[in-house]
Write a protein that binds this ligand. Structure first.
Ligand code: ATP
Ligand code: MG
Length: 566
């Protein structure tokens, strides 16, 4: 493609509204432009990268046995009313009415649409399993659209849905798609982890998120320093053999702690380490009050509480509620002598504490000498805390370290959540009607482009891996007015386009401008045609390493072959 015919509006300055590298560079290198908050145009170069990612996605999905279709973005409210999500989805759903005042949404996802499609056409186990996917624009009115195309309000997603007659079949397809996702992100060149994620009350092993490691990621991943274990910090189980202390048990005693509320304050005031304090927090779990205990140096994980108690809503009690239930406000709450109407859920670590400190349910008072096994009653000991760096890896191999991650993909065993609500049934071998078992699998295609840009850049611009680069080669004559340079460039362009995608900078720009643009755009190899054109000598520069060499055009293909990753 001749650059004079392209539309690549590069910028020299860093746009003031872009605060992460990928966003800055995708704007500066002319890949995308913002139209409204979280709404972007993909300019020709950006569109090319999208297409490359889409192609990889399609190849791997088809290899895993999925079939492509395309569903409408415009979805009638009735479908969402059937599943109940018309009411529960909240303000993220873009809603509208047509001229007859009928309610519609612009699809944020397609479980309802696909379930209705499949239920109308498939009614026998003989036609299952079936895995369908599409690559399509989604709409979500995100509260905080940010980082450019990383979190848009209109974005491109690959979403797949599988339908099964039994759980074994779902497990099989889930495995296959898990592998397909690993292949997709590897082929995009990304450094990623597949992490165990939260699936609500369904338990941890039935959903994985694919996370690209990056400091700007919004999720924290806990992974092992010596195995492949990785989990979203929300889900990582804590498996620690706490040491039993041999300290002699002291008596339970009340101590004054005027105006000392937080663990920080209390431990300082009483000169005891934080791990000697018991943190007590009152939660409202659905309609029940639950006092949750963790060691002072640990943090409560409310998602674990939600899963353990199979609850739908877990929220902190207000100070007023705490006063009503336990007789004092937050800051002096504790587990000693709690009314039996309040359950106590404690982290395992608390059980092994000796002579701890906890709130006395009296303003400005704490207990010292608390020995949970001796002093506390009606406690359920569970894993309710967040894992921490340095904890043993839950698989028993190595220690846990943290990293930030960008979620680019998500695979999820849905079960019969939608098929039951929407009556998507089939007849099994015995002629019995049963709800279909489903899985769903998403990839943020446009987000993946941003994640690649985030991992592949340097101070001069983007550095695309070949697999997703908008072009393979950048052919740059220094001065197109020089006949020998133009002639050689034209000849090389013709030759190279046979095997490669070539961007030919035939513009009448100064060399400085051409080089700066070329670095910004970041194609894997630049071929510069300059002063030595008459001798048939060109410069080949590898974008990723900065390595450059003078090459006789006779050896050009060979050199490109050596450096370009297949
Ligand atoms: P997030 O936690 O980032 O909001 P999500 O859990 O809402 O993601 P899913 O509903 O699982 O995401 O959607 C599937 C995939 O779509 C995600 O893994 C992500 O890659 C992508 N995605 C989700 N929301 C956006 C968005 N606002 N902009 C771009 N991509 C998105
Ligand atoms: Mg979301």
């Amino acid at each position: 493609m001749k650059q004079s015919m392209m539309f690549i509006p590069t910028l020299r300055e860093i746009p003031s509204d872009a605060d992460v590298r990928s966003h800055q560079l995708l704007l500066r290198a002319g890949f995308v432009r913002q139209n409204a908050a979280g709404v972007y145009s993909f300019l020709p170069l950006g569109k090319k990268v999208l297409q490359k990612v889409e192609k990889i996605v399609r190849e791997e999905m088809e290899r895993a046995g999925a079939v492509e279709l395309l569903m409408p973005a415009l979805q009638q409210a009735e479908l969402w009313q059937e599943s109940g999500r018309w009411y529960s989805y909240g303000p993220e759903m873009m809603r509208m009415q047509d001229r007859h005042n009928r309610d519609f949404a612009l699809g944020p996802t397609h479980e309802e649409m696909i379930t209705s499609l499949v239920r109308d056409e498939i009614n026998s186990y003989k036609k299952l399993p079936l895995t369908l996917y599409q690559i399509q624009t989604k709409f979500r009115d995100e509260k905080r659209p940010r980082f450019g195309i990383l979190r848009g309000r209109e974005f491109l997603m690959k979403d797949a849905y599988s339908f099964h007659a039994n759980h074994e079949s779902l497990d099989e397809v889930y495995e296959k798609l898990f592998q397909a996702y690993s292949n997709i992100f590897s082929r995009c060149g990304l450094d990623f982890r597949a992490v165990i994620a939260d699936s609500g009350a369904m338990g941890g092993k039935d959903t994985h998120e694919f996370m690209v490691l990056s400091d700007i990621g919004e999720d924290t991943i806990a992974y092992s320093d010596s195995s492949s274990f990785a989990a979203n910090i929300e889900m990582a189980p804590v498996i620690v053999n706490y040491e039993v202390s041999h300290e002699a048990e002291a008596q339970l005693a009340k101590v004054d702690t005027p105006n000392q509320h937080s663990i920080e304050e209390v431990s300082k005031f009483l000169s005891v380490p934080k791990e000697k304090c018991i943190k007590s927090m009152l939660f409202k779990v659905d309609d029940q009050y639950v006092l949750v205990l963790v060691r002072g140096d640990h943090e409560v994980n409310d998602i674990k509480i939600k899963n353990i108690l199979e609850a739908s809503v877990v929220e902190l009690a207000t100070p007023k509620e705490a006063k009503e239930v336990l007789g004092c406000t937050i800051g002096s709450l504790g587990p000693v002598g709690v009314p039996s109407s309040v359950c106590i859920l404690s982290d395992h670590a608390v059980k092994f504490m000796v002579n701890g400190i906890c709130g006395a349910n009296e303003e400005g008072m704490h207990f010292s000498g608390v020995n949970p096994l001796r002093d506390l009653e009606n406690i359920q000991y569970e894993d309710v805390r967040f894992i921490q760096e340095g904890d043993p890896s839950p698989d028993g191999k190595g220690k846990v370290v943290f990293a930030k991650g960008i979620e680019v993909g998500h695979v999820f065993k849905l079960g019969t959540r939608y098929s039951e609500a929407m009556n998507a049934t089939f007849l099994d071998e015995n002629g019995k009607s049963r709800p279909m078992i489903m899985g769903c699998y998403g990839i943020g295609v446009s987000r993946t482009v941003a994640a690649i840009a985030e991992q592949f850049n340097d101070e001069n611009g983007l550095v695309w891996p070949r697999s997703v680069s908008p072009f393979d080669l950048h052919l740059v004559p220094i001065n197109t007015k020089q006949e020998d340079q133009k002639e050689l460039s034209d000849k090389l362009y013709e030759l190279l386009t046979k095997d490669y995608e070539v961007l030919y900078d035939d513009r009448m720009e100064r060399p400085g401008v051409k080089f700066a643009d070329s670095d910004l755009i970041g194609l894997p190899i630049r071929i510069t045609v300059g002063k030595r054109a008459a001798e048939g000598i060109v410069e080949v520069k590898i974008r990723q390493t900065g390595e450059s060499m003078e090459i006789n055009t006779e050896n050009l293909i060979e050199t490109i072959e050596k450096f370009i990753v297949k």
